[in-house]
Design a protein around this ligand. Structure first.
Ligand code: URA
Length: 206
């Protein structure tokens, strides 16, 4: 007999597959030059969803987010608070690699944004972690920079899907590789996130 929980899990997989198919019809210029679509990795039943910026060269080849040098550092940062791809779900704001790893432009961001909003509504996490300023600014709807956004508690709000989800932002690991001095603040941010996860039992009852 199929339990309600299993039904819910199956419908989540269906919704994610449908969303992935929707990407086929999205008119994004990056698609033409990219090798692969980079959709997501990790556990889609997790209560924690992590959102980065855009795939780089390694991700473009692998078709998986955060598998290059920045990804390795991100995995290390998250392992510090006992998070692994078994207990979080991870994606990006942009689903194809921008040439030369340039920052995605406004048009690319606004083309992909509705997909990410839907993505969040399907996963329905209890905690969102935005990695870097592109995800933080666009999903928190602020013009503030990441230096101001990080270190504070936020809510991700989406009226269309009727969502209000706890959110945090951290410096992007690629930025930390260039500015290691900011690692100390990031480790403090990670500890705050860990405290929040533990005290709110975010990782329980998956
Ligand atoms: N940087 C990102 O923001 N995302 C990736 O997937 C890889 C590098």
């Amino acid at each position: 007999e199929i339990s309600k929980k299993d039904l819910k899990k199956n419908s989540k997989i269906d919704s994610l597959n449908n969303l992935k198919s929707e990407l086929k019809n999205i008119d994004c210029n990056l698609k033409e030059i990219a090798t692969n679509l980079v959709f997501s990795d990790g556990n889609h039943n997790s209560n924690i969803m992590i959102i980065g910026e855009a795939p780089g060269a390694k991700e473009d080849i692998a078709g998986k987010p955060f598998v290059g040098d920045a990804g390795k550092l991100l995995d290390k940062m998250l392992a510090y608070i006992n998070l692994s791809r078994k207990n979080f779900y991870i994606s990006n704001m942009i689903f194809w690699r921008p040439p030369g790893n340039r920052t995605p432009n406004e048009e690319e961001i606004s083309t992909c944004l509705p997909i990410t909003k839907k993505h969040i509504s399907i996963i329905k996490p209890k905690l969102l972690i935005f990695v870097g300023s592109i995800a933080a600014k666009n999903l928190l709807n602020t013009k503030d920079g990441i230096t101001k956004i990080r270190g504070n508690r936020h809510f991700y709000k989406d009226d269309e899907y009727n969502l209000k989800i706890h959110a945090r932002a951290i410096f992007h690991p690629a930025y930390l590789m260039r500015n290691p001095i900011e690692k100390k603040r990031t480790w403090e941010d990670l500890l705050e996130i860990d405290e929040f996860i533990v005290s709110n039992k975010i990782l329980d009852n998956e």
